[in-house]
Design a protein around this ligand. Structure first.
Ligand SMILES: Nc1ncnc2c1ncn2[C@@H]1O[C@H](COP(=O)(O)OP(=O)(O)OP(=O)(O)O)[C@@H](O)[C@H]1O
Ligand SMILES: [Mg+2]
Length: 251
């Protein structure tokens, strides 16, 4: 039996002021996989993410998450759906005046009726999952960049979403910290069955964590590849895809 699609994007187009960023974009994300969105800077990766989670209305096409049409929901149904997805943005900003535990509690305060003690227990548990149990009382300024990324993931996981979106989780991290974050993503996917949609352009991360990927291209204004990244590296005939996966200079 085919794996169930938790996200279905059909013929999506993104335009700003009449300028097409991408069009004819279709893909599915299956339950429990780590799905990677890749492409050069400015190819529209973050824009695609913002469309998928309903921040921008599509110029064309449709998006379904967990079977629900993103565009067709009213206030309450939309909020309920948004509660089921966690997002860590590229800027990843934690609230600077709040401790890590308090940061993780923010979505719980906004979206649940949990009493303070329960919120605190959940926050502690989420920080434990990302290896930050001992840093719960620290402020963002008192931790490293890698720890801040992990805290951002803990906050995105606060409401136990079945789908987590991470926009460039390892940007700006050293290779060892970045590899640790990759291992964490794989572990969470395996242990919790969470579906991950990860935006990155780091080749090593893609090969380490990605079950499947899509590649956006600025010139093509759309998708130029889809599939298992290891196979794309070996088999793609597209010169841009080959250059990316083999770190070759494009002729
Ligand atoms: N709200 C917006 N209004 C107008 N143009 C936008 C908006 N958001 C994004 N763009 C444009 O869309 C294009 C794609 O931007 P996007 O941030 O999605 O790229 P990206 O692939 O995430 O790049 P990076 O790897 O640098 O993060 C850019 O040309 C950007 O200027
Ligand atoms: Mg981006």
């Amino acid at each position: 039996m085919a794996e169930e699609a938790v996200i279905r994007v059909e013929n999506l187009a993104a335009r700003f002021d009449g300028r097409t960023i991408f069009e004819h974009v279709s893909f599915e994300v299956r339950r429990g996989e780590v799905f990677v969105i890749l492409g050069g800077s400015g190819s529209g990766k973050s824009t695609l993410l913002k469309h998928v989670i309903g921040l921008y209305p599509p110029a064309e096409g449709s998006i379904h998450i967990l079977g629900e049409p993103m565009g067709g929901l009213d206030g309450a149904a939309r909020t309920a759906l948004l509660r089921r997805i966690g997002v860590m943005w590229q800027s990843g900003a934690l609230f600077g005046s709040l401790t890590l535990a308090e940061n993780v509690e923010v979505p719980l305060e906004e979206h649940t009726d949990l009493p303070a003690e329960a919120r605190s227990l959940v926050a502690q548990a989420k920080l434990g999952l990302v290896g930050l149990a001992d840093a719960a009382g620290r402020l963002p300024a008192e931790i490293s960049g890698g720890m801040a990324k992990r805290a951002g993931i803990a906050r995105a996981m606060a409401l136990d979403p079945p789908i987590l979106f991470l926009d460039e989780p390892s940007a700006g991290l050293d290779p060892i910290t970045s590899a640790g974050l990759d291992a964490l993503i794989r572990q969470l996917a395996r242990d919790l069955g969470t579906t991950f949609v990860v935006v990155t352009h780091e080749l090593q991360s893609i090969l380490a964590i990605g079950d499947r990927c899509i590649m956006l291209d600025k010139q093509a204004r759309g998708l130029i590849a889809e599939g298992d990244p290891r196979r794309l590296r070996e088999e793609s005939e597209n010169p841009v895809v080959r250059a990316f996966f083999r770190r070759e200079v494009l002729a």
